[in-house]
Design a protein around this ligand. Structure first.
Ligand code: GSF
Length: 213
């Protein structure tokens, strides 16, 4: 007997975005199927705004209703409700709060890193318009955020509790993106506990199949 399930979701995204990767890893860990629509939000002719008025990825279209949901935190939390397989966000209380703060921290590091990178490389800005002071301000947040991840992790094998949660997924996507975009930051050299965590995460098929680039 073969069970045929219609694929009900389309994910708009790129293979370099850490936020998109977070959603793809959640999909894989939850064993959910989806269509992937490669989307370059920086292309001159992008029509992403027709899907997400904020012009950003990830955006997830629910094919039955046509509704589009964003951003990655909303999508990840929604996906976790779709299947009981591998619960990634605790239902309530302190554990739930911990996972959400970890995710905010990990995403916040990417937010600051992305602002620094865009200031340095965005084509819409001339060299005279680029501010090194702004880049430094954002990179300081990246450094402080990574240090806080290391402090929070301590010697635990997981960010929260005794198995993988959305916290670990968000942290892994952030660290992978930092290695990809800011190799000179050398977070591995500075924080061996995070390096150990990342090595374990990257052995999971969900991570191995979604390496940035
Ligand atoms: C951030 C998405 C985002 O900045 C989320 O989904 O969690 N808080 C949101 N996406 C970037 C791509 S990337 O930097 O990963 C994006 O789409 N930027 C386009 C733009 O015009 O800012």
């Amino acid at each position: 007997l073969r069970l045929i399930t219609a694929i009900g979701m389309k994910l708009f995204g790129s293979t370099t975005s850490p936020y998109v990767r977070k959603v793809r890893v959640v999909m894989a860990e939850k064993k959910l199927e989806y269509l992937f629509e490669p989307t370059d939000v920086w292309a001159a002719d992008t029509d992403i705004a027709a899907t997400n008025p904020l012009g950003k990825v990830p955006a997830l279209q629910l094919l039955k209703s046509g509704d589009v949901i964003y951003d990655s935190r909303v999508i990840a939390e929604y996906l976790d409700t779709l299947s009981p397989v591998g619960k990634l966000v605790p239902a309530s209380g302190r554990d739930r709060l911990d996972v959400k703060v970890w995710e905010a921290l990990a995403d916040g590091v990417c937010d600051a890193g992305a602002l620094a990178r865009l200031e340095a490389v965005w084509e819409g800005r001339s060299d005279a318009e680029r501010s090194q002071a702004w880049i430094n301000r954002q990179l300081a947040k990246v450094q402080a955020g990574v240090a806080e991840m290391s402090r929070r992790l301590g010697e635990q094998p997981h960010c929260c509790g005794v198995h993988l949660t959305l916290a670990g997924i968000a942290v892994g996507c952030t660290l992978g993106w930092l290695s990809f975009r800011f190799p000179q930051l050398d977070w591995r050299g500075a924080h061996s506990n995070l390096a150990q965590l990342q090595d374990k995460l990257e052995q999971r098929p969900s991570f191995a199949d979604t390496m940035p680039g």
